[in-house]
Design a protein around this ligand. Structure first.
Ligand code: ZN
Length: 103
């Protein structure tokens, strides 16, 4: 049994892996940050289009803002994106408690 953990991601609690729901590509271990194992494209904030609030309104400083997109390495579906200062590490926003899923 796999568990849906994201629009395009599923977890196999027995194999302890995260895979793409679209193409089945195994992306990483369940306790890893899938974004670090995805195909990443980084670009300037302008790549994100006009939908985002200008960064100077979010941050006190005027940092270099990066637009990061994370794609499945198998089928290239867009898994997630983040708009962050360029010196920020990749966000780990999907932490999974594998043990609780196995119960
Ligand atoms: Zn895929």
């Amino acid at each position: 049994m796999t568990t849906e953990i994201h629009e395009y991601l599923e977890l196999d609690p027995d194999a302890r892996t995260i895979a793409c729901r679209k193409c089945g590509e195994e992306i990483c271990d369940a306790d890893a940050n899938y974004k670090e194992h995805a195909a990443i494209r980084t670009g300037p904030i302008t790549d994100a289009g006009p939908v985002f609030t200008p960064p100077e309104k979010i941050y006190d400083r005027d940092p270099d803002i990066e637009f990061r997109q994370f794609f499945c390495p198998g089928c290239a579906v867009l898994l997630d994106y983040e708009v962050v200062p360029a010196d920020e590490p990749i966000l780990h926003d999907l932490e999974i408690d594998v043990e609780s899923l196995r119960e």
